[in-house]
Design a protein around this ligand. Structure first.
Ligand SMILES: [Zn+2]
Length: 487
């Protein structure tokens, strides 16, 4: 299913249809953009059976760790969360900035991501390559991620190296030096990243076509890595100015997790991050004031030769902070009921019973600052026409809107969803990631602590109302990407 380079893109036939209803936005696979330091990338998530004792114990441990966490704010506005875990052998240091691709100025998509890359170029004290070398030596693992809503830098280190890493990240917050030579290298690195992660990936290419339709005139409609014609023209001065505007202690959250003494962690945070003054911040462009609007159906194109193909549908959906927010918890359960592994309704129908697809996933992220999406993606079996998959899925969605989900299924979905919280992390410890992602997007530790009870409280009627609102009253985009059999 993968294509290897641009030349082969011509074999891809993309078909898009806007289907009914109002419209929205989101993010979904927002982690398109990562550090160029691929050698240090973390391993993928460990997949555990959510029904296993181990999975449930991990979820219990996660909320216990949250309970034991300490939070405080430095006088310069830096929010600090310390999550001590005595059984851990290392420390995760993560610094989260409230800036991302959604803050790219119009016409300059990719600026936030290119800035993230450029901050690996060294500081006044540690010019390249000393900065990267010191960081690499200090950390067992490290990475940086730019998403629509935030940018995060994180390292896993031995306890004795916490001070070194904290000094380096505080240095990166203040003293990055940008020069033309390094910027040219980073522009090429981003182009290469785009080739590898977007252009060589059928699903990513499809998402890139779908998003501008779902989010017209909205930054969530642009790729996080940016459109080449835009990010290639970004000047060194633009990156420097963007960095100066947004990289500031009062625009950041520090999350420390692992084996550490809380008092020591506090004093180190004060020592290294505390000496940077706060500064005035630009007003973020999100959440937007855009409202859902009715839209007709429009087929842009269609593959005439069904072969290996990906079928995808994105529904504009509310998040915790945008749209009809009271649906957010119900939508998480709906995504679980539809796409929860091999037990999910869509898997049972589309993969097992009808044999139309080899895989199907459902994704919904309620944490977006602006609207989110509920996305369904199916990998079609060879020779299956995409319409057949769409029709089978539509029937299942209609069933959710017409008939209440049985209580036993809801209970099961709640249990699985809560167990998966501890497993959904692909790189840093689950609790550190949950805390960082929530706090940097305006939510609180209290929101996280109350989440299990909020999920438990969702009723069958609320599920039905949410299904009707999102699957039948909001805008959606259906996309089909296929590699032509003519190839
Ligand atoms: Zn990158």
């Amino acid at each position: 299913m993968l294509i290897k380079n641009w030349r082969m893109v011509s074999f891809i036939l993309l078909a898009l249809a806007i289907v009914g209803g109002a419209w929205f936005f989101d993010v979904l696979d927002e982690e398109v953009a990562r550090s160029h330091d691929t050698a240090s990338r973390f391993p993928a998530a460990i997949e555990l059976d959510p029904h296993s004792d181990k999975a449930r114990a991990a979820a219990v441990a996660l909320f216990a760790a949250l309970d034991a966490s300490e939070s405080f704010t430095l006088s310069n506005g830096l929010q600090v969360i310390v999550i001590p875990v005595a059984s851990s052998t290392e420390i995760t240091h993560s610094i989260w900035y409230r800036v991302g691709a959604a803050d790219d100025p119009p016409g300059w998509s990719g600026l936030a991501h290119l800035t993230e890359h450029a901050t690996f170029g060294g500081t006044t004290m540690l010019p390249e390559p000393k900065f990267s070398q010191t960081l690499r030596r200090a950390g067992n693992k490290q990475d940086a991620i730019t998403t629509y809503d935030y940018t995060v830098y994180y390292q896993l280190v031995r306890p004795g190296k916490l001070e070194t890493v904290m000094g380096l990240e505080a240095d990166r917050m203040n003293n990055v030096v940008f020069n033309e030579r390094l910027m040219e290298i980073e522009r090429k690195a981003v182009l290469e990243e785009r080739r590898n992660e977007v252009e060589a990936n059928l699903e990513a290419l499809l998402e890139q076509q779908v998003r501008p339709i779902l989010f017209p005139k909205h930054p969530y409609g642009n790729p996080v890595v940016g459109w080449p014609m835009e990010f290639e023209g970004i000047s060194t001065k633009q990156v420097h100015d963007f960095y100066r505007q947004w990289y500031s202690p009062n625009n950041a959250v520090l999350v420390l997790h692992g084996k550490m003494d809380t008092v020591l962690a506090n004093s180190l945070a004060q020592k290294y991050y505390g000496r940077t003054p706060s500064q005035p911040l630009p007003v973020r462009r999100i959440p937007s004031q855009l409202t859902p609007s009715a839209g007709g159906a429009a087929v842009v194109g269609r593959d005439k030769t069904p072969g290996s193909a990906v079928w995808r549908r994105d529904y504009l959906a509310p998040s915790y902070q945008a749209g009809v927010t009271q649906h957010a918890h119900a939508l998480q359960l709906l995504a679980e009921i539809l796409g929860g592994g091999t037990e999910g309704r869509l898997y049972q129908v589309v993969v097992i019973r009808e044999q139309l697809a080899s895989a199907i996933t459902v994704h919904y992220d309620p944490d977006n600052i602006d609207y989110s999406t509920l996305s369904i993606s199916a990998t079609l079996k060879p020779g299956i026409h995409p319409d057949r998959v769409g029709e089978a899925i539509d029937l299942e969605l209609r069933r959710l809107a017409d008939t209440l989900v049985p209580g036993s299924s809801i209970t099961h979905a709640k249990q699985d969803l809560k167990a998966k919280v501890a497993l959904q992390v692909e790189s840093m410890p689950a609790v550190a990631r949950l805390v960082g992602e929530a706090l940097v997007r305006g939510r609180t530790l209290g929101d996280l602590v109350s989440w299990p009870s909020r999920i438990d409280a969702v009723t069958d009627t609320e599920l039905q109302v949410a299904a009707r609102a999102v699957f039948f009253a909001s805008r959606s985009v259906t996309g089909i990407a296929s590699i032509s059999t003519a190839r």
